[in-house]
Design a protein around this ligand. Structure first.
Ligand code: TYM
Length: 332
């Protein structure tokens, strides 16, 4: 059976981008067709200036939202990264096959390190080594597939390179994984700045739809989305990024095709209205399940405890094998 691994980082409230780019498929497809693990990757949230209490709160909230989005602990494993030591253990070993140059070429490192410096902060070493920890997350479980949005493609490519290099140098140890992306919705853009990704760690604003936004808030944000001065509704990512983003969101939520939908609308207003209603319908069950889960916090805790236990059992043999292969003396 195909093994699938993916994760979300608790650095902000989860967004429509997270949902359409990744989470929705995890619940609708991956957990049914594969042996799947989904992780709240809290260690990754410590790579930029952070508030400890907030990260802790967001970890619990993200786990709750994974379940609210339809993940069923009877079908897949849901857990928190820091509850399973194997991630950090393997990350160190992979640091011994990765190079400094490779890390510095990562687009997200370049963008985030500039942002940290602009904010007057210093760049944490863990931000540079972030992709190695991500590779460890994936390789520890022998994942064949990593369902993610477009922005994670480079990190998964690096994971493949590290797996191949390790296997060549020290003997076959890791499965070489591949990224999978949704046909539509792999890169949802900010409604106020359609040239930038809708990112949960960005400053809260009207350009981001959060999974728990009330219908009225969703409607307001989408009705105020930036379009352009044209009138015709056509799908053109280069020339009309704002309209293209709305068409993609509508297509992702209604099952249509963004190009075909472009021909259906005569005004931006009508497109925005239908997009807002489609998003509200897609998010409705998530909000409802989230409310139920919040009333039963013991359930989420139990899921995470069981999930960590299962995850440890899966990761340990691979990480032990990597330790032996690279030359570390077994503990006896
Ligand atoms: P994170 O937490 O930024 O995002 C979680 C998932 O949501 C996708 N995503 C988007 N998709 C479409 N449009 C958007 N605007 C958008 N924003 C986010 C992301 O591509 C991702 O699939 N480094 C990862 C977390 C991670 C991970 C892993 C993922 C750590 N270890 C191992 C997979 C496997 C991240 O920061 O995702």
């Amino acid at each position: 059976m195909t093994r699938v691994f993916s994760g979300v980082k608790p650095t902000g409230h989860l967004t429509l981008g997270n949902y359409l780019g990744a989470m929705r498929r995890w619940a609708a497809v991956d957990q049914h067709q594969s042996d799947a693990l989904f992780c709240v990757v809290d260690l990754h949230a410590l790579t930029v200036d952070h508030d400890p209490a907030r990260v802790c709160r967001l970890s619990r909230q993200s786990a709750t939202l994974l379940l609210a989005s339809g993940l069923d602990p009877r079908l897949c494993t849901v857990f928190v990264q820091s509850h399973v030591d194997e991630h950090a253990r393997l990350s160190y070993v992979l640091e011994c096959v990765a190079t400094d140059g490779e890390m510095r070429r990562m687009i997200q490192y370049k963008e985030k390190s500039v942002r940290e410096q602009r904010r007057g902060g210093s760049v944490r070493l863990s931000l540079l080594t972030y992709p190695v920890l991500m590779a460890a997350d994936i390789l520890a479980y022998g994942a064949d597939e990593v369902p993610v949005g477009d922005d994670q493609a480079q990190h998964v490519e690096l994971t493949r390179d590290l797996a191949v290099r390790f296997n060549q140098r020290y003997g076959h140890t890791f499965v070489v994984p591949r990224a999978t992306h949704p046909a539509v919705g792999a890169r949802v853009m900010n409604l106020q700045d359609p040239l930038s990704k809708m990112g949960k760690s960005d400053d809260a604003g009207p350009g981001i739809v959060y999974l728990l936004d009330e219908p009225d808030v969703v409607r307001k944000k989408i009705m105020r989305a930036v379009t352009d001065s044209g009138r015709e509704v056509v799908y053109d990512r280069e020339a009309r990024p704002g309209v293209a983003n709305l068409l993609e969101i509508l297509a992702a939520c209604s099952g249509g095709n963004p190009e075909a939908l472009g021909g259906v609308y005569e005004s931006y207003g009508a497109l925005k209205r239908d997009t807002a209603e489609a998003v509200i319908e897609v998010l409705r069950p998530v909000r409802e399940r989230h409310k139920e889960l919040c009333a039963d916090p013991g359930f989420v805790e139990e899921v995470l405890r069981d999930g960590a236990e299962r995850a440890r059992g899966m990761a340990r043999p691979t990480v032990d094998a990597a330790y032996r292969a690279i030359g570390l003396l077994p503990a006896g």
